[in-house]
Design a protein around this ligand. Structure first.
Ligand code: ADP
Length: 497
């Protein structure tokens, strides 16, 4: 070892622990002075650089690109301090190897420099190997995705051909037995189309080629559409089905409506598939709002077979099903939840599962959506502009069972009125709304409830909704009076009947 001629080495001699550590460090350690003379080198440095002794050597011989001598002065061409940098170190035999190094100026003794460096040959080799493996894997994935996309695309054409022909034949066929067979063909084709679509989505998501298509849409109409899609199937199975949207969920949002529908369809189809007794519910809540972005939280809850703790994590991975017997019994590709997870993540959210075997499952996810710009109808602004935002509209005071909105949905149909009267103590009066936003939502609910009502009520309701949307207090009150009159007239009429 070189005998340090300066106080750095004296310091080390005073501190034998420190010296022991530096001598035996796994990286090479060099001390040199401001002229570049090496004062100290640990064993690792000597081994790596191929010197028996580095005494009288110069730092420019070891790192010629980073240290140079100009007019007898040492010129430093690398960073000093905590920065880790890649440098080439030269051995005694003039071969070189890459190192990752830090160079410090001694704080107490600025004329002394310390160099600590690690042999990076192995690391660089591994990085190169890794990069190569990554590139090869990426190319293989790309080929696989393209292949899958091509095959599924090719499959689509014949499946749709069969589907179209089966539908046409079913229309012409009068024999019930044959019609039943044709409807089975139709169903098979639809199932096949669903699988093809899942595989296409999955391969696009995996290849990072999937893009969302955000558009402004009416959130409640979207949920209504999902509800209609599943309602019959679920209730025919003898299950209850509840859909709740909390009032603070905005009427309009900007997002990829189709993909949100896809996620909900998948979760509700699973809930239906794995539940034979009890109920299924879908709830939507607004959980946060930051500027013009809103976070919506969705819960799909069932009282079905549930999922064991140890199986829960793997479900969101592709092609995962709880067990082979599950897939035999219930079918499916095991792609649905993985696609849901990836879609939810594309919408800046996450999905989770809480479940207990035999009790049921709760899939919940949150996503971020944008709110439309003010000119697109920012109702909140209307609220602040109009201090008279206390609005009286139509009240639906419920008696026992009034919460069963479904029963009221067909309000106005003769066959339905009797049932409504039995369940509701009072059907139409007035309700106090805190602001225009709530008023608009309430109007939308009433509009939906009165969809099957006589035309006079429907048009009165539409006028009321338009007036509320405009935030026009006078017109709203007038439309409200007109609607109330129509409702009263109808109630009198029914009572007479
Ligand atoms: P699949 O097309 O097979 O239904 P998914 O990814 O949608 O694919 O679901 C994967 C598996 O997760 C299902 O096969 C089932 O084992 C389990 N699973 C999903 N949802 C439920 C649920 N609501 N109740 C019980 N098990 C479920």
């Amino acid at each position: 070892m070189v005998s340090p001629a300066v106080s750095g080495s004296e310091m080390m001699e005073q501190d034998s622990y420190f010296r022991f550590s530096v001598d035996n460090a796994i990286e090479m350690v060099l001390f040199f002075d401001q002229e570049g003379r090496i004062l100290y080198a640990n064993d690792k440095a000597k081994t790596l650089l191929g010197y028996e002794d580095l005494k009288d050597c110069h730092i420019t011989e070891i790192f010629p690109a980073s240290f140079q001598k100009e007019d007898g002065r040492l010129v430093i061409r690398c960073a000093l301090g905590q920065t880790e940098q890649d440098m080439d170190a030269y051995r005694k035999n003039r071969t070189c190897f890459p190192v990752r190094a830090k160079i410090f100026q001694n704080e107490a003794e600025p004329s002394i420099y310390h160099c600590m460096a690690d042999d990076a040959s192995e690391r660089n080799y591994l990085i190169r190997q890794n990069d190569q493996a990554d590139q090869e894997m990426e190319a293989a994935m790309k080929m696989k995705s393209e292949f899958v996309a091509n095959v599924t695309h090719e499959l689509r054409t014949p499946v749709n051909g069969i589907l179209g022909n089966a539908r046409e034949l079913a229309e012409l066929e009068t024999d019930p037995g044959k019609r039943r067979l044709l409807s089975l063909v139709e169903r098979g084709c639809s199932d096949m189309n669903a699988i093809i679509n899942s595989i296409l989505d999955f391969s696009k998501l995996e290849a990072g080629k999937f893009t969302l298509e955000p558009r402004k849409f009416n959130f409640r109409n979207m949920v209504d559409y999902v509800k209609t899609n599943h309602s019959n199937k679920i209730t025919e199975k003898g299950l209850d089905f509840f859909v709740t949207i909390s009032p603070e969920v905005p009427e309009y949002v900007i997002g990829d409506e189709l993909r949100i529908v896809q996620i909900l369809n998948n979760l509700l189809s699973n809930a239906y598939k794995f539940t034979s007794i009890g109920k299924i519910s879908l709830e939507v809540v607004r959980t946060a709002q930051v500027k013009n972005r809103v976070e919506l939280f969705f819960l799909v809850i069932d009282t079905g077979i549930g999922i064991a703790r140890e199986d829960q994590d793997k479900l969101f991975k592709s092609f995962s099903q709880v067990s082979a017997s599950t897939s035999r019994k219930y079918g499916g590709t095991g792609l649905g939840l993985n696609i849901c997870k990836q879609l939810v993540e594309l919408m800046d959210g996450s999905i989770r599962l809480d479940s207990e075997v035999g009790k049921g499952s709760m899939f919940s996810f949150h996503i971020w959506l944008e709110l439309p710009a003010k000119e697109d109808g920012d109702i909140v602004d209307v609220v602040t502009r109009d201090p008279r935002a206390q609005l009286h509209i139509v009240q639906m005071m419920g008696g026992p069972g009034a919460e069963q909105v479904e029963d009221v949905r067909k309000f106005g149909e003769p066959g339905n009125l009797k049932e409504i009267r039995a369940k509701m103590s009072k059907l139409s009066l007035s309700v106090e709304m805190e602001n225009w936003e709530k008023a608009e939502m309430f109007c939308e609910t009433i509009r939906q409830l009165t969809q099957d009502a006589p035309p006079k009520i429907k048009s009165a309701m539409l006028h009321l909704k338009m007036a509320v949307q405009k935030g026009d207090y006078e017109k709203t009150m007038a439309s409200h009076a007109a609607l109330q009159e129509a409702l009263e007239h109808l109630t009198e009429h029914t009572e007479e009947a």
